[in-house]
Design a protein around this ligand. Structure first.
Ligand SMILES: Nc1ncnc2c1ncn2[C@@H]1O[C@H](COP(=O)(O)OP(=O)(O)OP(=O)(O)O)[C@@H](O)[C@H]1O
Ligand SMILES: [Mg+2]
Length: 211
C-alpha cells in the first residue's frame, strides 16, 4: 500500500511540473507583447479600474510592487496613492528564501534613489530602518499583486519563490487580518486553469482589460 506521504509527493511533483510548464508558456506570451501594448493595458488599468475601485478608494495603507518590464507598470498607481494622501509600502525581498517585507515609501520620487537588487528592482536597503507594514497595528488594507498567470477563480501563479504566499500567510496572523488582494494582469496572463498547491493563496480579484 502506498503511504499518503508518497502519494502526496507524486501528486506534488506533477503539480510542480505543471507550474513549470505554465510559467514557460506565460513567459513566451509576455515576450510577444510589445512595449506599447503593455503600456496601453497598464494605463487603462491604472486610470480606469484602479482609481475608480471602491476598495482602493477606501484603503489607506496599500502595498504595491515596483514593476519589472514584463509586469503591469505600477508607476501611475504609486503616484496616485501619494496624491490621495494614502500610505504606500513596497516589497523588500530577502534573497535565497521566501521572505519579503512591505516597507514604507516616503514619496514616488524616492524610488529612484533606492538601491537595485539582482533582479534590477529598487528596494530599501537592509539597514534602512523605515516602517515595516506588519510592525504596526494598522497592517495593510490592500495589496496589489504581481504574478505570471491567473485563472478566473483567483488562483495565482507567481515566479516560483513563494514570496507572496508566505507574506499573505503572515498577514493572516496580524491583528488586522489578511488584506484585500487585487492582481494586476495583462489580458494575455489570464488562463483557463492555474495549477495550485496547498500553500498557494488566492487573490480576491484580478484586474485586466476585458473587452
Ligand atoms: N506559506 C508558506 N510558508 C512557507 N513556504 C512557502 C509558503 N508558501 C510557499 N512557500 C514556498 O515557496 C515555494 C514556491 O511557491 P510557489 O511555487 O507557489 O511560488 P509562487 O507563488 O509562484 O511565487 P511568488 O509568490 O514568489 O510569486 C514553495 O515550494 C514553498 O517552498
Ligand atoms: Mg504560489
Amino acid at each position: 500500500m502506498e503511504s499518503s506521504g508518497a502519494g502526496g509527493g507524486g501528486a506534488m511533483a506533477g503539480l510542480q511540473a505543471a507550474k513549470r510548464a505554465l510559467r514557460a508558456e506565460l513567459k513566451r506570451r509576455l515576450r510577444a507583447l510589445s512595449e506599447s501594448e503593455k503600456l496601453r493595458q497598464a494605463r487603462l488599468l491604472a486610470a480606469q479600474q484602479v482609481v475608480e475601485h471602491p476598495k482602493y478608494q477606501a484603503s489607506s495603507r496599500i502595498a504595491v510592487f515596483l514593476s519589472m518590464p514584463d509586469e503591469v507598470q505600477t508607476a501611475e498607481i504609486i503616484k496616485d496613492i501619494f496624491q490621495r494622501g494614502k500610505e504606500c509600502f513596497i516589497p523588500r525581498y530577502k534573497p535565497g528564501g521566501s521572505h519579503m517585507d512591505m516597507i514604507k515609501l516616503a514619496s514616488y520620487e524616492e524610488i529612484a534613489s533606492l538601491p537595485l537588487t539582482s533582479w534590477n528592482i529598487h528596494q530599501p536597503a537592509d539597514d534602512d530602518s523605515r516602517e515595516d507594514a506588519l510592525s504596526m497595528a494598522g497592517g495593510l488594507d490592500l495589496i496589489f499583486m504581481p504574478g505570471l498567470g491567473f485563472d478566473k477563480t483567483g488562483n495565482r501563479l507567481g515566479r516560483g519563490k513563494g514570496y507572496y504566499d508566505t507574506y499573505l500567510e503572515r498577514c493572516t496572523h496580524h491583528p488586522k487580518g489578511k488584506p484585500y488582494t487585487i492582481a494586476l494582469a495583462f489580458k494575455e496572463q489570464i488562463c483557463d486553469m492555474v495549477p495550485v498547491t496547498e500553500n498557494d493563496m488566492k487573490v480576491d480579484e484580478i484586474l485586466f482589460e476585458s473587452n
